[in-house]
Each structure stands twice: as C-alpha cells, then as structure tokens.
Design a protein around this ligand. Structure first.
Ligand SMILES: *Cc1c(COP(=O)(O)O)cnc(C)c1O
Length: 388
C-alpha cells in the first residue's frame, strides 16, 4: 500500500488499536534500515526488538503508574528478569522480602547464585532488619506492595530511605495492588513491577508483565529485554489493553466488595482470623491509609475456625461448598471472584511448621474479589462457612 492510498483501509481510523502480529517490517531502503537499526524508537524492524502493541500498552501502563518509561514483557517473571539481568553483575547483592512471590524467591535462590548474585532475605516489615541486611554491594531492595497471603503492606517511603543509605534502588512488585490501589513510584520506589496477567488484564486470558521507572538508564533495560528475548506477544498486549480500559471501575467495585466481605468474615463465628488492610485491627492499617486507595485492595485472606489437625479437611469442605460461585484458581485479579488455598498451592513448598510460623495454616483461604453483585459472594461465603 502506498502512503497516498485513498482506500478506506488506509484512510479510515478504527477506534481501537489494530493487532500487529507481523514479526518483521518492510524496509523502504538500505538508508532507512540503517537509520531504524541505529536509533532505537525510530521505527519497527523486527518484532522481538519492539512492536506497536507492546509500545501502546507500555505507554498506557506507564501513564497509569506515572512512570517516565515502561516496558511490557512476556510475563511478570520476565519483567523481573529484565531488570535483574539488565542491571546486576557478578558480586552484586540484593535484599529481598521473605514474603515475595514463590517464583521470585526461586529466582533468588536457584538462578541468581549461579550468576554470582547473592541475596539476604529478611522480614521487610522490620525496618531495623532491613538496615542491618544492607551492604555496600547491595544494589536492590525488593518488596511487594501487598504481600501474599497475609496482605502485609510495605512501608515504601521508609524502605526507599533505607535503600538510599547504600545507594540501592527500591524495586516494588505491585501485582496484588495494581495502579488503581497503589502507585509505588509516587512513594519512593525506583522501579515498579506488575504481573499484567493478574489485575491489570483482569480476564485470565493473557500472560504479561510490566517494568516501569525513570528514563535515566532505561535504554539499558530495553536492550536486555530484546537480547534475552522477553518481548511479549502482540495478541496478549492487545487483550491486556482492553482489560486496562476497565481497570479503574473493576478495582473500585472489587475493593468495595472486599471491604464488605472482610467485615462480614471478621464477625463470623466460623472464622478465626481475617487479614485485610481495611480492617481496624490489621497491623499495617496506618501505612495502608497513607499508601493505598480506600478500601485498600481487592484481596482478602482468612482462616477457618478449626482444630489444627483438621485444618486441611475444613478447607476442603469450604472450597467444595462454594465452588459453584467461587472457583478455586491459584491466581488472582479476575473479573470473577476466585479463591486460593495457600497450603496446597503458593506455599506448598514450605514445611508445616514454617507455614504455621508465617500464619498460613492449612485452613487459610485467600479470596480475590471480582465484580459480581456482592450479595452473591456474601451468600456463597455464608453457605461455605455453614458447610465447615
Ligand atoms: C503472578 C505473580 C508474579 C509473576 O507473574 P507472571 O505473569 O505469572 O510471570 C509476580 N509477582 C506476583 C506478586 C505475582 O502474583
């Protein structure tokens, strides 16, 4: 098609962005090819080095986070890998929260040591322990805004201040919050990570990640992204752009339901404990009021009332009783309310004593609230608790 083509295909502008599955672009001339290849951002050549759907989505998520630059990666883990492989060298040290996502801890324990990158794992709610763990070689402090499944809220401004003492950057995985609940870059984080697979896409049909931060040094990350091959699929970017369009309204609705559900569970005799930062007894209530939207998030965890030895059975009965309304899915952030059972999924690798120490018994359930009528969810929970 020539540029002056007046056909409707060339002329009429669709409301939504087209999908660009092309893996390669026609070069008008050797001079144009030379220019595009020599100057990143000057035009598309080969999809692994960048394509329109990735750029459009990266811009939109960067805007949602107030980030100067953003990059969409093939998964949340690829976003973390882009940052780590793009910035760290042999001999570097990390300080990381003990409550990180399982695969993030696996990266730290199983992959990074082979590259000569070491880490100290601490309880990042304990600021003195964080200060103690920081070394002159510490390059990154890695935390999650809201941890899984206890839903502890990281004190981002205080952590940023501690990290600055040794020149480390604060990296925040914001997956359990999403930009409608928290924008970590506004609270001292240097980089924000999101698994777009979860809340931002919101429809459980794409796997993607996001990395956002300041413009300075970002070209290095884009280079690592392309070289290691963390570029996302155009189809997944397109779907996630559609999901992002409703992020704000989905989050508002799910947060409101989460607060109602947490309050309901907190008063129910069949529930031993509820973790939700919007409850007055939550240990991080003050910092959550400073950093998070109100109500503070779409996730609610709770522990069924059951003798310790019978916890697994109680969880089985509850999960079976609610399954027609609330499916057991070990992920989060869907438009449908889902539940997870940490003891058999995210935390199955821990010994029972270790889980008990972290407050994650066999009868703990984690809810990810969706956008349904809250009355239906409350009814399902009532039914499930009666069955325990
Ligand atoms: C799911 C998840 C990730 C990893 O994201 P993927 O898209 O599955 O690679 C990272 N951190 C948190 C907190 C997550 O929940």
């Amino acid at each position: 098609m020539s540029p002056d083509d007046d056909s409707p295909v060339a002329r009429d502008q669709p409301l939504i962005p087209p999908i660009h599955p092309a893996s390669v672009y026609r070069m008008p001339s050797p001079q144009a090819a030379d220019q595009r290849l020599g100057q990143p951002g000057s035009g598309y050549v080969y999809a692994r080095d960048g394509h329109p759907n990735a750029d459009l989505l990266a811009e939109a998520v960067a805007r949602a986070h107030g980030a100067e630059r953003g990059l969409v990666c093939s998964s949340g883990m690829a976003a973390l890998a882009t940052l780590v492989l793009g910035q760290l060298v042999q001999g570097d040290h990390l300080v990381a929260s003990r409550d990180l996502y399982g695969r993030t801890l696996a990266m730290i324990h199983e992959e990074l040591p082979r590259l000569g990158i070491t880490a100290t794992i601490v309880d990042t709610q304990d600021l003195a322990a964080v200060s103690e763990a920081l070394r002159p070689t510490t390059r990154m402090l890695l935390v999650e805004t809201i941890s899984n499944p206890r839903l502890r809220v990281a004190d981002l401004p205080a952590l940023a201040q501690r990290a600055a003492h040794t020149g480390a950057v604060l990296v925040v995985d914001n997956t359990l919050a999403g930009p409608a609940v928290c924008r970590p870059l506004q609270h001292g984080a240097h980089y924000v990570l999101e698994s777009l697979t979860k809340i931002i896409n919101g429809h459980s049909d794409a796997t993607l990640g996001f990395l956002g931060g300041a413009a300075e040094g970002f070209d290095r990350l884009v280079r690592a992204w392309s070289t290691w091959g963390f570029t996302p699929s155009p189809w997944d970017c397109w779907l996630t752009q559609r999901g992002l369009a409703t992020l704000e309204v989905r989050t508002l609705r799910a947060c409101s339901t989460a607060q109602q559900v947490a309050t309901f569970l907190d008063q129910h005799p069949a529930v031993a404990r509820v973790d939700y930062p919007g409850l007055p007894h939550h240990p991080d209530r003050p910092i959550s009021q400073q950093l998070l939207a109100n109500p503070p998030g779409t996730m609610v965890s709770f522990v069924l009332q059951a003798p310790e030895a019978e916890g697994w059975g109680a969880a089985e009965r509850f999960i079976a009783a609610v399954s027609d309304w609330i499916p057991f899915c070990p992920s989060l952030g869907d438009v449908t309310t889902t539940l997870s059972h940490p003891a058999s999924t995210s935390h199955r690798g821990l010994r029972p004593e270790e889980r008990a120490r972290l407050g994650i018994p066999d009868q703990m359930i984690r809810l990810s609230l969706g956008v349904e009528d809250p009355a239906i969810i409350l009814q399902a929970l009532r039914h499930g608790l009666n069955a325990v």
